[in-house]
Design a binder for this molecule. Structure first.
Ligand code: AMP
Length: 571
């Protein structure tokens, strides 16, 4: 979707300057559609998923409305979880970096209350928090809601699913009636629409159209890569299959600059395109790219618009796009005119959810690939040199250096030694030294996790007395207060709490079956399952936690509904 530049949305200079520093080149669709009406003071309902840039869509107008000279709460942002509250507050600080006097604080359950009390008392103007703890502060009088100008509900559907309805009602009812309210939710359901009816003031509904698109001619895959390992992984992939031409897409100008510099330093014929590059320079870069003098073009979405070059055989999503439509545009740069094309995305941590929404949007499967090891890259490079040698010998495509070779032979060197020395020279000249990355150790770890299948293990016995594990919950997820599994979960795994156990007749293999069926998990990925009388604990790879919680909401076990959430251990 074409969006206007940030400078046309009506945002103050301090925010535009921060956006520039962050390198966001243009607003995402939800930002372009939400910011202008929010700045005009309208109530909004934004239907948009994580990864769409929704945090900045509400944070920017909230910051624009804030009076940094006043030391009392003016903006309230409600989030379902502590993690999200912290993340949103970080984004507030990033976007508000140029606003002198800005004071924002996160407030959530499960953390000592004293520090939060101090932050609230010392003049916080923007408060981001989970409903339970915020209500606690409201009741204690430590959170003054009387001068809130704007309230934002982030992931309203999830807050309701987590049972925060009463807390949200009480909090919203305590705010001034003339405040502005922005509701953000991934889905619309009766609970969310009741909230909007009760607390909204004729809100404008903003929905990002998601037309399904197919990109069937392109082979799509993704790699799990940390930010700091991206250049090394990119180099390894390029070395495994040197493309004729390739494009590396980044989300920000800064990322383009850094990536290009790293590639050039590693000896690749790379150049860049982004919004700050002059038209004249742009044309020069494109010409060199078309001619093949530049093999790797690093670009932002805007800069690569309209690029129509047939020979591009690989596209990288160095940063995963916020808008699935950008993904389609990006990978549409390859696989043109009946050629085969490849699209490779780098994904890490929570970005896996964004990858999943891209898969839904494009109705295609993006397969996960293993990062090639330094040894594999070395081996491949040697193969490529030998293929090239073989072809030259077979086709006679080489010059005659008879004199030089004769001299070497006369000095007593064998033809085999001479050839060996030449190949070594070629390898040294073309070789980039790979560096070790943390990801190199991970396949090993994953294999350990996968074998043997946990569902084939015997169930472990309960320890300790029976207890009442009545469902309880606070901002950190369900709490259980009886005997608990004292064995820490493995790295990369998250322990989930399931509100059914042995007394409900549930067996480990049924939990396993239900999870694979309902949550669509890859085979063998589940960790330990421990059954207690009234609840169970299930270890799940952390990247699937959201998927498991979301997709099992309406599922049943032994005919019973249940709750599943991140386990927070005994009270
Ligand atoms: P969110 O949907 O708010 O979780 O945002 C997803 C990611 O996109 C975050 O890492 C943001 O920093 C990033 N982001 C948000 N807006 C933009 C933008 N206009 N351009 C580039 N990146 C953005």
């Amino acid at each position: 979707m074409d969006t206007p530049p940030f400078s046309e949305l009506g945002l103050p200079d301090a925010l535009l300057a921060a956006i520039e520093t962050l390198g966001y080149e243009r607003p995402s669709p939800i930002q372009a559609m939400s910011i202008p009406p929010a700045l005009l003071g309208k109530d909004l309902v934004g239907l948009s998923a994580t990864g769409s840039g929704k945090t900045a869509a509400f944070t920017l107008p909230a910051l624009a409305k804030l009076d940094v000279k006043q030391g009392y709460p003016q903006v309230l942002i409600l989030c379902p979880t502590r993690e999200l509250a912290v993340q949103v507050c970080e984004e507030v600080h990033r976007l508000g970096a140029k606003m002198t006097g800005l004071h924002a604080t996160p407030v959530y359950g499960g953390a000592p209350i004293d520090r939060q009390l101090r932050a609230l008392r010392s003049g916080a103007q923007l408060v981001v928090g989970t409903p339970g703890r915020l209500l606690d502060h409201l009741r204690r009088g430590s959170f003054d809601a009387s001068r809130i100008k704007m309230a934002i509900l982030d992931e309203a559907d999830r807050m309701l699913d987590m049972g925060f309805k009463d807390e949200m009602d009480e909090l919203l009812a305590a705010l001034p009636p003339d405040r502005q309210t922005l509701f953000f939710s991934a889905t619309m359901n009766p609970g969310v629409s009741r909230l909007i009816q009760k607390f909204g003031n004729s809100p404008e509904v903003i929905q990002i159209e998601q037309k399904a698109r197919t990109v069937s001619t392109v082979e799509q895959s993704y790699f799990e890569v940390r930010q700091r390992s991206k250049v090394e992984v990119l180099s390894r992939i390029l070395d495994m299959n040197p493309p004729r031409l390739g494009i590396v897409f980044c989300n920000t100008k800064r990322s383009v600059d850094e990536c290009t510099e790293d590639l050039v330093n590693r000896g690749y014929a790379a150049d860049r395109l982004h919004g700050d590059i002059t038209q004249q320079m742009r044309e020069r870069v494109l010409k060199r790219f078309r001619e093949g003098a530049v093999e790797i073009l690093v670009a932002t979405d805007v800069a690569a618009r309209g690029l129509d070059i047939e020979e591009i055989d690989i596209v990288f999503n160095y940063d995963l796009p916020t808008d699935p439509e950008d993904y389609v545009h990006r990978i549409g740069r390859t696989g043109r005119a009946g050629r085969s094309g490849r699209a490779v995305s780098f994904v890490y941590g929570r970005e896996i959810y964004r990858m999943q929404s891209i898969e839904r949007y494009t109705r295609s499967v993006v397969k996960r690939e293993r990062i090639p090891s330094v040894e594999q890259v070395e081996g491949r490079r040697a193969d490529l040199i030998f293929d090239d040698l073989k072809e030259r010998l077979e086709t006679g495509k080489f010059d005659n250096y008879q004199d030089n070779i004769d001299r070497l032979l006369e000095q007593g060197h064998t033809p085999t030694d001479i050839a060996g020395a030449l190949v070594t020279m070629i390898r040294e000249a073309s070789g980039r030294e790979g560096s070790a990355i943390e990801e190199d150790r991970e396949p090993e770890r994953r294999e350990r996790r996968e074998a043997p299948r946990r569902d084939e293990r015997p169930q472990r016995d309960d320890r300790g007395p029976q207890r009442d594990d009545r469902p309880q919950r606070d901002e950190r997820g369900p709490r259980h207060d009886g005997p608990r599994d004292l064995i820490p979960n493995e790295p990369g795994m998250t322990r989930l709490f399931l509100s059914l156990g042995k007394t409900h007749g549930v067996m480990a293999k049924e939990i396993v079956g239900m999870l694979y069926r309902e949550a669509g998990l890859p085979d063998g990925c589940l960790g330990r399952i421990t059954l207690f009388p009234k609840h169970s604990l299930v270890d799940v790879p952390e990247q699937f936690v959201g998927q498991v919680i979301d997709r099992t909401r309406t599922a049943r076990l032994r005919g019973r509904p249940f709750r599943m959430d991140v386990d927070r251990g005994p009270a």
